[in-house]
Write a protein that binds this ligand. Sequence first.
Ligand code: AMO
Length: 428
Amino acid sequence: MVILLKNIKKYLNKVVTLRGWIFNIRSSGSIYFCQFRDGTGEIQAIVSKKDVDEETWQLTKKLTLESSCEITGKVYQEKRSPSGYEMLVKKLKVFQIALKYPIGKKSHGVDFLMDHRHLWIRSRRQQAILKIRDEVIFSIREFMRKNDFVLTDTPILTPTPCEQVELFKTDYFGEKAYLSQSGQLYLEALIYSLGRVYDFGPVFRAEKSKTRRHLIEFWMMDAEMAFVDHQENMRIQEELVSYLVEKVIKNRKKELEILKRNLEPLKNVKPPFVKITYDQAIDLLKKKGVKIKWGDDFGGDEETILSKSFEKPVFIEKYPAGIKAFYMKPDPENQKYVLNDDLLAPEGYGEIIGGSERIDDLNTLEEKIKEFKLPKEEYQWYLDLRRYGSVPHSGFGLGLERTVAWLCGLEHIRETIPFPRLINRLRP
Ligand code: AMO
């Protein structure tokens, strides 16, 4: 019977068949020790000359790293083997004997690994990261459903920008179109139908940033909620992030161990998070010797310092209106500021969420569109939302890869997505 390794406990001391790949191999003359994986788990497969027929033995001698095969034999628990389980192989069937595998045990440079990303993703470390990514995606969906959000979809080809960052342009049958930077404006339309909504998909930013935090194509979970103000918006964000941390710690213990992730800082991630204003953040940075003035936006270096200053995630709220997007609602207490928040993950990771309460008044929004020199005709449909049943509403966008980088404790965002698109990399 063909089984998956994740179910091995049910088949101990039975003869089963496994299909997968050899990722390590060592021989002591008459015995081969093969580390074998099938995508759901690992096992040490032992082929002993005295226990197999000649055909199987000759085939075993040909096995190379990453050869694909089917192995049949008795499986049992073995504490000394790396996976805790072993199979004494009786029969081997080979799908393909792999050519000399380019990724070896010696350490490779980043460029080499990135050029071989299509193979690198097979490594134990990359598997662990991709499984944590899956856990985060799944937990986000679970949280959103539990909290009455409807999953919906927004277009990738759009006629107008959402954020004030670089756009990818494309030709739409003779018309200019852009790849979406965020589905937010469309989600705002959908709340009038569904109340609370979110989308979750790839967005594109032609930012010329070559940092450990920037991807050109990344996945964003963008949420939008009717009748939710700025304070409630932050409360929902902190609940979501705490939920994700809890789920990853609970369900991806083994993967976190493979990544040698220190769990102590993650255990602190419980509401309430720290909250400071933009002005307080500027003061704090100045006290730490950073040369910054009121009205400057925070770059990666400032975010790192701010994020390292607290044990928990920190909200930075109420930025100067001039450095934030046109749709953000001015703070009624002081119109110089907007009711927005950036949520910074601790341990130096920096921003993982950007959110705000949106302008719900027609005149104010029209003024902003003028002030930002946006083409008013293109935003008529968006202005309609302030003409027909406008309500206070808020939302936020969570960057999946930045969240995964933080939870996994990675130095660079490039490992958090199977095929990263970076400023200098479109391949493989
Ligand atoms: P913002 O522009 O802050 O907000 O983006 C939201 C989140 O997306 C992530 N992010 C990135 N991740 C990887 N590479 C990048 N180049 C990159 N740029 C952004 C960050 C960030 O916090 N429309 C609003 C959201 C909203 O208010 O609903 C928006 O796009 O984690």
